[in-house]
Design a protein around this ligand. Structure first.
Ligand code: SAH
Length: 274
């Protein structure tokens, strides 16, 4: 692994043909390597240079040939890490130098992965690229915990939202359309929401969603040690605390969560959790 605090030195070189290189944005899926698409697995096996971040599991990275260069661009405490702009600049610099690089992102690159921003940066710099989708954490978590995201009897809409804090340092808040999220007969899946659960729970209740609405936290979906913790909208902050929930974790809110009692025990037979 190359950390960005060190000068980048590559062992492989595929720039011999000259000209501008290429970037492939690849979805690594939620963690279990068997959940990669065939296209993503092939791209990984043929990679010579991989830029990856936090959520990419070790088992997925193992598919990359030993001879390939791996550059970690996520955050490691105590180490320098790149800003999003810095990551885009690095991709552009490498591709302009003729490299073909694989940008590996957890889940799907176009679901909360800032893949959209990276793609825009590549377009602006005139770098050719393509995108290989991945199974997003919501889909991985649904299958692995026995919670269908939609169901004719319970939910005909699915909303993916981020619980990430936004705004200036002194006024950071979760800025979501609470009235829309509190509507009945839909499933709300919140990414990056563990830290802000008290706000999410309180706001949804303040906007009319019953505190008794079934809710779950799925930690490390499809990864070893996966946990599905079921409660209600009102108890979410408390269950996160008492079970010491850690990232990565997803929050699911909606009546579909009640199906976990019936379908949950069959879930790990469906997904080969390693
Ligand atoms: N592009 C990714 C999401 C990136 S945002 C995707 O499509 O899945 C990062 C958030 O995704 C995490 O904070 C967490 O909420 C969620 N996440 C990613 N992998 C997960 C996993 N294996 N289990 C539970 N949540 C996960």
């Amino acid at each position: 692994m190359t950390l960005l605090s060190e000068p980048l030195q590559f062992s492989s070189d595929d720039t011999a043909t000259g000209g501008v290189g290429h970037v492939t944005l690849v979805g690594a899926g939620p963690g279990d390597p068997d959940l990669l698409t065939v296209k993503a697995a092939n791209a990984l096996r043929n990679a010579t240079l991989v830029l990856y971040d936090n959520l990419v599991s070790k088992a997925v990275l193992e598919l990359v040939p030993a001879s390939a260069d791996r550059v970690y661009v996520g955050k490691v405490s105590g180490h320098h890490s790149l800003s999003q702009t810095g990551i885009i600049e690095l991709m552009v610099r490498l591709a302009k130098g003729g490299r073909r690089l694989l940008r590996l992102k957890g889940g799907d690159p176009y679901v909360f992965g800032r893949g959209g921003e990276e793609a825009q940066g590549l377009v602006a710099a005139g770098i050719p690229f393509d995108v290989i989708p991945g199974i997003s954490a919501a889909q991985g978590a649904a299958a692995a915990s026995g919670i269908p995201l939609t169901h004719r009897d319970y939910a005909e809409a699915l909303v993916l939202a981020t619980g990430h804090l936004r705004g200036e340092a002194d006024a950071r808040t979760v800025d979501l359309d609470w009235a829309q999220l509190a509507r009945p007969r839909q499933t709300v899946v919140i990414y990056m929401g563990v830290a802000t659960l008290p706000v999410i729970s309180a706001q949804l209740q303040a906007h009319g969603l019953s505190g008794d609405t079934p809710a779950a936290i799925i930690e490390r979906a499809t990864l070893p040690g996966q946990r599905t913790i079921v409660g209600t909208l009102a108890t979410l902050p408390e269950i996160a605390r008492t079970h010491d929930v850690r990232a990565p974790a997803l929050i699911m809110i909606g009546t579909v969560v009640s199906l976990h009692a019936e379908l949950g025990e069959h879930a790990s037979a469906v997904i080969g959790c390693r």
